[in-house]
Design a protein around this ligand. Structure first.
Ligand SMILES: N[C@@H](CCC(=O)N[C@@H](CS)C(=O)NCC(=O)O)C(=O)O
Length: 197
């Protein structure tokens, strides 16, 4: 199987890159200079990430990670469908892109990504409240030395871990989450995945 990952550092394409490093399988990085104005030729919207598996192309960071983790069951980054933990795993795999990411991204958009004249302070205020509500749920879940599924690190931690690094200042009053981010980002695979290309 030949895998190519269309990738820009410090974007959602960090998720599949980290996962590929955790899986320890060969892949080729195809850097896309998104911040320099380049569009990703492998994505219908020009966005990152996209992944080519032999001749097929797949988009959506969450879907790519979900698929890869299941495709290599021996690496144990996703509980099997028969496992009692599978439902919980699915829940957290969707919680990050569906519930944590929207307010986090609104904050980023309206404090930095959008040109100043298009930023709306009221959206930031609302998004910060919603983001903090979500962080309160997560901090209760992670008030221990492990991961979303307990002692076992899984692909759900990759989605969550990357997303929590977006806004470190928002974690100030959540020590369990700060410790969690330190723990997951200290993993050798994360360190490899954040090396410059
Ligand atoms: N839901 C998509 C979002 C992809 C996305 O918006 N990627 C951003 C970088 S994090 C991007 O490429 N933005 C530039 C653009 O869409 O033109 C995913 O998770 O893959």
């Amino acid at each position: 199987m030949e895998i190519e990952l269309f990738y820009t550092p410090q974007t959602r394409s960090s998720r599949p890159r980290w996962l590929l490093e955790e899986l320890g399988i060969p892949y080729t990085l195809r850097p896309v200079d998104l911040f320099g104005g380049e569009h990703n030729p492998a994505h219908p919207l020009g966005s990152v990430p996209a992944m080519r598996i032999d001749k097929d192309t797949m988009i959506e960071s969450g879907a790519i990670c979900h698929w890869l983790a299941d495709r290599f069951p021996d690496k144990q980054l996703a509980p099997s469908m028969q496992s009692a933990q599978r439902a919980r795993y699915e829940q957290w795999m969707f919680f990050t892109p569906g519930t944590l990411e929207p307010p986090a991204f609104e904050i980023l958009m309206h404090t930095g990504i959008l040109p100043e004249k298009h930023r709306v302070p009221d959206i930031v205020g609302f998004a910060k409240k919603q983001h903090q509500r979500v962080l309160r749920v997560l901090t209760k879940e992670l008030d221990h030395d492990g991961y979303l599924l307990g002692e076992h690190f899984s692909c759900a931690d990759i989605l969550l871990g990357t997303t929590l690094t977006w806004l470190p200042e928002q974690l100030e009053s959540f020590s369990a989450l700060k410790n969690y981010v330190e723990r997951v980002t200290a993993r050798p695979a994360y360190q490899r995945a954040t090396q410059p290309v």
